[in-house]
Ligand binder design. Sequence first.
Ligand SMILES: *Cc1c(COP(=O)(O)O)cnc(C)c1O
Length: 369
Amino acid sequence: MVDLVSQYQHLKSEIDQAVLEVIGSARYINGPAVKEFEKNLATYLNVKHVIACANGTDALQIALMALGLEPGDEVIVPSFTYVATAEVIGLLRLKPVMVDVDPNTFNLTADIVKAAITPNTKAIVPVHLYGQSSDMEDILALSKKKGIAIVEDNAQAIGAEYTFKDGSVHRTGTMGDIGTTSFYPAKNLGCYGDGGAIFTNNDDLAQKIRMIANHGQNKRYYHVMIGVNSRLDSIQAAILNIKLRHLDAYSSARQQVATTYDKAFEKITELKTPARQANSTHVFHQYTLRVLNGQRNELQLYLKERGVPTMIYYPVPLNEQKAFAPFIDKNLHLEYTKMLCDQVISLPIHTEMDSETQNYIIESVKSFF
Ligand SMILES: *Cc1c(COP(=O)(O)O)cnc(C)c1O
């Protein structure tokens, strides 16, 4: 699905040197590389504060903790997402209110959110799934009117841009109260282990987030609240400092692969190529097709036999997962989420795709139909 080895080979000498420097410095935790990366990422995203942490799941958990919610408060979250988005809500004894997504963009819309708001709704977590923004202008307007916080799960869309009606352009993850991301190796900006970050333009939230990620202390050994231990290693930060410089080029490479797939599949009526959200760029963390004729599993098997890896993100709606049973009405039926779980298939997409490989994938898909 990805080719992280080739990507590393292009940056090998630079990365090896940076990693060895950290090892030689012995500043493994909170070293200068971490501070530098937080600053560099804040500049890239045009956001006031970036707080690095241990992974994207922690980032979501810390973001929700910083909002000071009470047990039982409702948090609206799409059911069609990676488990982490909803898991942290349950972990904090908040109530995940799982909602459907738009079947074309795979993302939340303001109408879907609006229908789920109750007097107990305290937060909304839009996920910018597969690499493009949710319809943030309308969701933000709604949340502002109702006084509900927004935490953007930006683990899959780092680098994507959303344009508001007034012409202003914002990176995903910087539009709500808090944004989060993951640097898991296969993410668009991946390190060589685990990593994550939290973004905000709000000074008070930033201070609280930093404190929570560091055992709730504002001064060493003075703990003002219950926190967690969530840190980005200096070695990972050193790697990310280098890779961040290439992120826009990486996004372009992915977009090029996506355009080639789009053109190749446009005439196959059994397939629906990924729709683009109006006003958002798409950085294609995944290239995800919908198989409309009920043969998704057969297609996956057929491709596997030809040596083409594919993935199903995600095969089961979160509201139907056993782990969430205590939180969810068992009669809840989310029509599009259910349908998408049966239709979606993601093809290999990454920064190192050569045309020979891509043509082989395309011809394999075409020969199935
Ligand atoms: C990867 C991912 C996460 C979690 O990130 P980790 O670093 O693996 O903890 C959260 N949400 C979404 C949508 C993701 O894709």
